[in-house]
Design a protein around this ligand. Structure first.
Ligand code: HEC
Length: 111
């Protein structure tokens, strides 16, 4: 892993039953690949946004990310960029992307 100015590492949980762990790992891998190709330009490779108007996604709760992406896709939440990006996403895409970003661990330092 490359060193990053921002302390953000991927946290791989080894807990949980074998079956769900496998399903989770598959989602995570697909999410990582999709995120690199479709989201990193604005939300950063490590989920820390590189654009002033795009929010950080690293470490956000999985359920929250799933809900926001579904809302952009359905039109319940509207944004000129994200609505277009979310429209073609499948449920599996949304689950994988949300699993990937929520698996990142963020360290916050206050002054
Ligand atoms: C061209 C830049 C751009 C790309 C590419 C992009 N986003 Fe976004 N994203 C934004 C902006 C700007 C916002 C803020 C939108 C708003 O105000 O609702 C946003 C918001 C979000 C949010 C809501 C976050 C929150 O805190 O509520 C999620 C989730 C999200 N993006 C996920 C993704 C995913 C997953 C991808 C790839 C499939 C992606 N984005 C690709 C620019 C982008």
């Amino acid at each position: 892993m490359t060193k990053s100015a921002v302390s953000c590492v991927v946290f791989l949980s080894l807990l949980g039953p074998l079956g769900s762990r496998h399903a989770w790992a598959v989602d995570l891998q697909a999410g990582r690949l999709k995120a690199q190709s479709a989201c990193a330009v604005c939300h950063g490779l490590n989920g820390v946004s590189s654009m002033p108007n795009a929010p950080h996604l690293a470490g956000q709760p999985e359920a929250y990310l799933v809900e926001q992406l579904r809302n952009y896709r359905s039109g319940k939440r509207n944004h000129e960029v994200m609505s277009v990006i979310a429209r073609p996403l499948s449920n599996a895409d949304i689950e994988g992307l949300s699993a990937w970003y929520s698996s990142m661990r963020v360290n916050v330092e206050t002054p």
